[in-house]
Design a protein around this ligand. Sequence first.
Ligand code: SAM
Length: 288
Amino acid sequence: MTMRDGNSAATAGMLFVVATPIGNLDDLSARARATLADVDLIAAEDTRHSAALLRHCGIATRCIALHEHNEREASDDLVRQMLAGKRIALISDAGTPLISDPGFRLVRAARAAGIAVSPLPGACAAIAALSVAGLPSDRFVFEGFLPSKSAARRAHLQSLRSETRTLIFYESSHRIIEALDDFIAVFGAEREAVLARELTKLFETVLGGTLGELAARVVADPDQQRGEFVLLVAGAQTDADSARLAEGRRVFELLRHELPPGRAAKLAAAISGAPRNQLYGVEPAAEV
Ligand code: SAM
């Protein structure tokens, strides 16, 4: 354990970890823009990619590359520069650096050297998706990208089968159908999920339903296979959830002989605390 406080730097050098937009360029904060214009150097995952954002903002700060293949050497050099008093900003291609993006080694090395590291928070696809998914958000697990090979992916998903917190995954367009198949194979077609695609962009879509419904929707519509995805999967039910559901179904069966099914489900849900859509019918994969 280090006793050093990352914010009490021994030097004037400093590292800013700056979130950039995940689609809509207007999501860059005013403070991020000012910081990127003001620092001595920007360490960017891909300098050519970031040039478009910086040009758009009229920022002319010098950029150097810091990506997964050079992070160790580049970090040593950047730490030396910060110890000599330079103020450096770290950005990735999109969203928050370090979140399924490079930067961990640099931040760790900077903090170990006593350099102040300050966040400029902003877009993060996982949090943006969670904020609109309508799945429990009090506790969640960020899993990032799954293994690219199906066998490894299924093995990893098996280890998450009983996780009760909401699960968040990143997925790319060329694997989305295969990945949904693996989710169904491991979690079952009935597990509730949300697929958030192209957030903050022109074709933003947020689909909610069971894993089976989402897979059917994506397979049937090539448009839903394009772009960038966050997949959120509801956590496994706890024993208390299962007991509520069993009670809800029992009450629903009693009431449905006396009342229209929708009304019976509403009352059974209110009496038992079970989710109404698990008592009567399941809403089809719908934009939520
Ligand atoms: N650092 C980024 C962040 O803070 O979200 C994530 C970088 S990771 C290399 C890229 C992945 O994030 C994509 O493959 C996709 O799963 C997700 N992602 C990024 N932008 C997105 C968007 N606009 N809509 C949906 N998912 C997005």
